[in-house]
Design a protein. Structure first.
Length: 270
């Protein structure tokens, strides 16, 4: 069921990305919020988390399910969806925080007149930070919790529905601590960049489930730092650079960058 939900989420994300491109919505790709209001952004965020995280979280959910399956018919039985709901609550809260941060970033960009090169270099710095975070003790600690489902359940078990919800939320926090900067790189790469989403999904899955997961995390660190450094030196190397540049128009000999949700023509008409 987890894999089916993940597959359905991928289909929805691919459809949304295709419809956006056909409708000319690629121009809002430079906007961290994609020009969306909070409820729509959060809905897309939750679908994206289901698509990217359900394959990697499956071993933990299955471990919880096996224990509860043995209790079926008893008063101690708790449906597995309660655990998953606690997990998704954490990622939904993370989406709300990401939306607030994106709104703040857009406001700062408009007030400072941030140009395409400057925006791309900020994205490069995010890539470098994500790479360096891969090598930190906090990353290792969070990753170790995610890689040992039995160990987590033995040390974090709680009885009842509320206990299962708390367990799911606790695992979600460890997972968030492990992956939050990896998902942050989607903002400079393009939040609807399906190729980037697929690559990050494969990386997260490898980190959490495969024997060589820690090696994958360190290899990703090298790639992210190297690519981030390239973007800092050559801003046009960032996929969203062309979108930012397309939104900048000469005005009095200087480039003026418009918010992603407002076209230059609309701004002039005002």
């Amino acid at each position: 069921m987890l894999l089916a939900l993940a597959a359905a989420a991928w289909i929805l994300m691919a459809q949304h990305a295709r419809d956006g491109a056909m409708g000319g919505a690629e121009m809002v790709g430079a906007s961290p919020t994609m020009g969306l209001r909070a409820p729509v952004f959060l809905a897309i965020w939750v679908v994206m988390m289901a698509a990217m995280m359900f394959p990697a979280v499956a071993p933990m959910v299955l471990a919880f399910h096996r224990i509860q399956a043995g209790r079926h018919g008893s008063g101690a039985f708790v449906p597995t969806w309660v655990f998953v709901a606690g997990y998704m609550l954490v990622w939904t809260a993370a989406g709300a925080a990401a939306y607030a941060a994106a709104l703040a970033a857009e406001a700062v960009a408009v007030r400072t007149g941030l140009g395409p090169a400057g925006a791309a270099r900020i994205g490069g710095a995010v890539l470098v930070a994500a790479g360096l975070y891969q090598l930190t003790p906090l990353k290792d600690r969070c990753l170790s919790k995610c890689r040992t489902p039995v160990g987590f359940i033995m040390t974090s078990w709680r009885e009842g529905r509320l206990g299962a919800l708390r367990m799911g939320a606790q695992h979600g926090l460890w997972c968030l601590g492990c992956c939050w900067l990896l998902f942050a790189v989607l903002f400079p790469l393009g939040l609807m960049n399906i190729a980037a989403m697929a690559a990050l999904t494969a990386l997260v899955f490898a980190e959490k489930t495969l024997p060589w997961g820690r090696l994958a995390a360190r290899a990703a660190a090298v790639v992210l730092v190297a690519y981030g450094g390239l973007v800092l030196a050559v801003p046009a190397a960032l996929p969203t650079y062309a979108v930012h540049a397309g939104m900048a128009m000469p005005a009095g000999g200087k480039g003026t960058t418009y918010p992603a949700t407002v076209s230059p023509q609309a701004s002039q008409s005002r």
